[in-house]
Design a protein. Structure first.
Length: 137
């Protein structure tokens, strides 16, 4: 998806949220710069805030149960950052500069609870980026 904005330190540009009974296991993040200005994003665990537009999701296993997680674009009200996951994505000052993070084993699991999720927030000034998350439920 193309982010609707650059985000802030408490407003993810993109995130996946579980449910009261479901966590997500993040497997991969891909992030591409659409501008000629360098930027850095960090992966955080958060709760609350107001998600932006729901994004189109596609299951890899077509005949599996329906998805319970919700992928959303730019948050429109502040989330509470619960934890810095320790992962950074640094994009160079060039259109198409990219970073890809993969998480082995069981991936990075979100916290269980309504409104709890994993998302990307800028370190300093962000830029509009292309984003892709891959996760298991």
């Amino acid at each position: 998806m193309t982010a609707a904005g650059a985000g802030t330190s408490v407003r993810p540009i993109f995130a996946v949220v579980g449910s009261a009974a479901l966590t997500i296991q993040l497997r991969e993040i891909s992030l591409w710069n659409t501008t000629a200005v360098a930027c850095t994003y960090r992966l955080v665990a958060f709760t609350g805030g107001t998600a932006g537009t729901a994004q189109t999701m596609r299951k890899w296993r077509r005949n599996s149960l329906g998805s319970n997680a919700i992928a959303s674009g730019l948050w429109v009200a502040d989330a509470t950052i619960v934890e810095d996951c320790g992962e950074r994505m640094v994009l160079g000052a060039a259109i198409g500069s990219a970073a890809i993070l993969t998480f082995g084993g069981d991936g990075i699991e979100s916290t269980i609870g309504t409104g709890s999720g994993l998302g990307l927030v800028p370190v300093g000034t962000g830029q509009v980026c292309e984003v892709k998350f891959t996760w298991d439920e």
